[in-house]
Design a protein around this ligand. Structure first.
Ligand code: FMN
Length: 296
């Protein structure tokens, strides 16, 4: 009822942990993996990166604005940490790099990965993430470089900070991506009226959480209309109804991030409610993917 398969990856339910949420804390990954269909790691680059100074995460009523700046311990150290973790769910390793060559070099550090997710969408790290992800040619060549370097499934995580996300999705598909992830955060800022200054040390960050759900849903919808490869939905999902909306819009499974700030058990509750609903309707997730496109 709940199981889905994407690019040969079997998920026992369609709800995964999104990249970067809760940092790279091992105990949180293990806890969440008990209930999630899959787990995506924090994005990692070849070299260690400090990220930005505090404040780098702001909690707002409608969501979270972050400019962590792709802080990362570097591929070697992160790989040592991750290989200690024993989880029985697909482990998707998220990668960032400034160019196709460096993306390709990263895969060898993670022989235990079930799949790779390319972060082509972080909105606040200069010359990384979204700087690449807004350029169709760059997206195509980064995906192609990683596909040439591994037999594992490769997912391209897209930015919503473009006029037409379908062009970027098509470029990822042309590069050989096995699926796209839609979406990363939207560029945002916050001002402190007392200091009369921007709150984040980097000034600009990316907003996630409930504020972006309808935008992310529209991105999934638009991509489903043009792509042949599967879409993984992400952005503002906080309950089982959101999950079903994304699936009906065209997502094969979803990732959840900011909702974890409310509770580490978020996925457990969502999966249980989803199961109850599907059971009551005698329906399967895989039969609901994209059904909303049938016309109004
Ligand atoms: C604090 C924080 C750190 C994040 N770090 C990453 C990251 O390292 N790599 C990445 O691809 N996305 C990262 N994201 C984006 C999330 O994976 C996700 O795409 C986004 O938050 C939208 O989903 P949500 O609304 O469910 O949080 C981060 C988000 C937050 C809030």
């Amino acid at each position: 009822m709940l199981s889905v398969e994407v690019a040969g990856l079997k998920l026992e339910n369609p709800v995964a942990l999104a990249s970067g949420i809760l940092g790279s804390k091992k105990s949180s990954l293990v806890e969440i993996a008990k209930f999630a269909g899959a787990v995506v790691t924090k994005s990692v680059g070849i070299e260690k990166r400090e990220g930005y100074k505090n404040p780098c995460v702001i909690n707002q009523k409608c969501g979270v604005i972050n400019a962590v700046g792709l802080a990362s311990p570097g591929a070697k150290v992160f790989s040592e940490e991750l290989k200690e973790i024993s989880i029985k769910k697909p482990l998707i390793v998220s990668l960032f790099a400034p160019n196709p060559e460096n993306f390709a070099l990263l895969v060898d550090y993670f022989p235990f990965a079930s799949a790779f997710e390319l972060n082509l969408s972080c909105p606040h790290a200069k010359k990384l993430g979204m700087s690449i992800g807004v350029d169709e040619k760059a997206v195509e060549s980064c995906v192609k470089a990683v596909k040439d370097a591994t037999d594992k499934p490769v997912f391209a995580k897209l930015t919503p900070n473009v006029t037409d996300i379908t062009k970027i999705g098509l470029a990822a598909e042309k590069g050989g991506a096995d699926a796209v992830v839609a979406v990363n955060t939207l560029k945002a800022i916050s001002i402190d009226i007392y200091s009369k200054k921007a709150v984040l040390s980097n000034i600009v960050g990316g907003i996630s959480g409930k504020a972006i759900k309808s935008i992310a849903l529209r991105c999934v919808w638009d991509l489903y209309e043009v792509l042949d490869i599967p879409i993984i939905g992400c952005g503002g999902i906080s309950n089982w109804i959101d999950v079903l909306e994304f699936i009906m819009a065209g997502a094969s499974f979803v990732q959840i991030g900011s909702a974890f700030y409310n509770s580490l058990r978020t996925i457990e509750g969502i999966v249980k409610s989803l199961e109850d609903y599907l059971y009551s309707k005698n329906e399967r997730v895989k039969d609901l993917i994209g059904v909303a496109h049938g016309g109004v």
